[in-house]
Design a protein around this ligand. Structure first.
Ligand SMILES: [Zn+2]
Length: 322
């Protein structure tokens, strides 16, 4: 397929700001002596997940939330086995950053129990709220995606044998049959459908009342991104999609998705909504969308907040016209 560059002038590339300033140190993951030194280094810092919830420092309404950094000795006191820590990388000072993870039972059994770790927060709600800086959210998202992958890869998918973590948390090896497993990322598309001067936003059954967003779906095996966009949007809305262009992407660690943000030009306008998932979908003008983003829409309709790719896609639509 020939590559068509995104139409930047007509449709601005949305900014997601999810790039990490961290050096992932991929070349050092297999250097067990180096990893051991970093685990013992006083300057190394650890994020802690308990049952995949992140330990943070925060106020009651989560409006002022910061990552909580542990030192190795703090974690040892909590009974965390540092041998299972996942190397996220090294920061600008060259200090190692790890993620450590406790299962639900381990967290309850830790000295002081879950209470000693609180507040423990669901990263998804923090992401939706925009409570963390984009950089910190990216870091926590990386840790959560890896911790979630370890959780479901304890046993070998081929023979059922037990696997062990290797390469500073970036590989699991089956003790029985020798098969290796690597962290996975599942692609999904998130799509801003436009037709002339309007865009389509949908209200999913799982969304809050009067909350509308871009539509999304999983890329299936054997499918390229364009085909996925056309199939998913046809299934959900009945629309025929013409040109599909890539705009931006965002890692979404629930459990380990890569959201691929696209714009899709609808060739038809008549909607036939798939009611199983989608409660409603409507065409909106730029003025209406602008009001939603400002929280001033006449019907009280709202859209996703900053830091989400859905917001960036919707904003790029508003910014692309008068
Ligand atoms: Zn096996």
């Amino acid at each position: 397929m020939p590559f068509t560059p995104p139409p930047r002038k007509k449709f601005p590339q949305p900014a997601i700001h999810s790039e990490l300033t961290l050096d992932r140190m991929a070349q050092k993951r297999r250097d067990t002596a180096w990893v051991k030194q970093r685990l013992a280094d006083k300057n190394s810092r650890f994020l802690l997940f308990a049952d995949l919830a992140l330990a943070v420092d925060s106020n009651a309404d989560r409006s002022a939330t910061r990552l909580r950094w542990y030192e190795a000795e703090d974690l040892a006191r909590l009974g965390v086995d540092l041998a299972g820590a996942i190397l996220l990388g090294c920061n600008a000072k060259g200090h190692a950053i790890f993620a450590a993870s406790l299962g639900a039972a381990e967290a309850v059994a830790a000295p002081g129990g879950m209470d000693a770790l609180k507040p423990l927060v669901d990263l998804r709600s923090l992401a939706m709220q925009g409570a963390l800086t984009p950089r910190d959210l990216s870091l926590a998202a990386m840790g959560r995606a890896l911790a979630a992958w370890h959780d479901v890869t304890i046993c070998c998918g081929r023979c059922g044998g037990h696997t062990k973590a290797c390469d500073a948390g970036w590989r699991r090896h089956c003790r029985a049959c020798g098969r290796d497993f690597f962290p996975r990322t599942d692609p999904a598309v998130i799509v801003l459908i436009t037709r002339r001067s309007r865009c389509l936003l949908g209200h999913h059954k799982r969304y809050a009342h009067k909350f509308y967003s871009t539509l999304a779906g999983f890329v299936e095996p054997g499918e390229d991104i364009e085909a996925c966009v056309r199939r998913e949007m046809r299934e959900e809305t009945g629309l025929t999609i013409g040109e599909v262009s890539y705009l931006a992407s965002q890692p979404w660690p629930f459990p380990h998705l890569l959201m691929i943000g696209c714009r899709a030009e609808a060739l038809t306008a008549q909607l036939r909504i798939e009611k199983e998932e989608l409660h409603d979908a409507r065409w909106f003008t730029r003025d209406e969308v602008r009001e939603m983003m400002a929280g001033k829409h006449g019907e009280g309709i709202s859209v996703p907040g900053p830091h989400s790719i859905a917001h960036a896609l919707i904003k790029s639509f508003v910014d692309s016209g008068g």
